[in-house]
Design a protein around this ligand. Sequence first.
Ligand SMILES: [Fe+2]
Length: 261
Amino acid sequence: MSKPTPIRAIQISDLHLKTAPGSQVWGVDVDASLCAVLARIQAQDFRPDFILATGDLVGDEPDAYERVREFLSPLGVPVYCLPGNHDQPARLAQTLRGGLVRWERHILVEPWQLVLLDSTFPNSSDGHLSYGELALLDTVLVTPPARPTLVCLHHNPVPIHTDWLDDMTVNNGEALFAVLDRYPQVRAVVWGHIHGEFDAWRGAVRLLGTPATCVQFKLGSPKPQADSTPPGYRWFELFPDGSLNTGVERVEPARRPSVSP
Ligand SMILES: [Fe+2]
């Protein structure tokens, strides 16, 4: 017997958009790179029910949130956002409110649910989960029924063996896992931030890092170093029985963007 139809989702991360079109980050044109990723998402047969955008939507320029909306609205499905260390949460909340592209905290996609946590720490690149964020997570998970759950945030909550990035790991990851360990319905923790791919298990919980839509980092390098791997995104199939499939797609940036905001 074939498996029932899953919920389909795509995760993009670390757009680092600036206000000026064609801006570069580490030598990568962030607009062109994002356009190539979005064009691939729109061209493929895999039709997502929603998109997850896990932070660093802008590169320290909060006026660029309007451009985030302009780039992502044409996808035509909800884009659920959360902030990263290069975002300004107050401006993100103000600009991406209502409409298809918006910051959400808790999403129900029967029978699954997603919790979107804010792991930013004011005036710092560090990751941290405040008491309020941990309380939100606990409240969602303790509320029946026990739904299969994806926990989403920007920073990696575990070290990834890359010294300079591990200095910016969620600095109270043990507090996160102390909550998660009480709820067997948690299926995966997903993040961005590392500009690369990560896939591991902690008990029955999948730990998933997702590439940036712009420059990639060389994971394993003790010092900041770009990697020539193309940008990418992660896809998810979330099945009614609580199982999931996931994978990463890489996209060679077009020389000329085929989609413009
Ligand atoms: Fe980033």
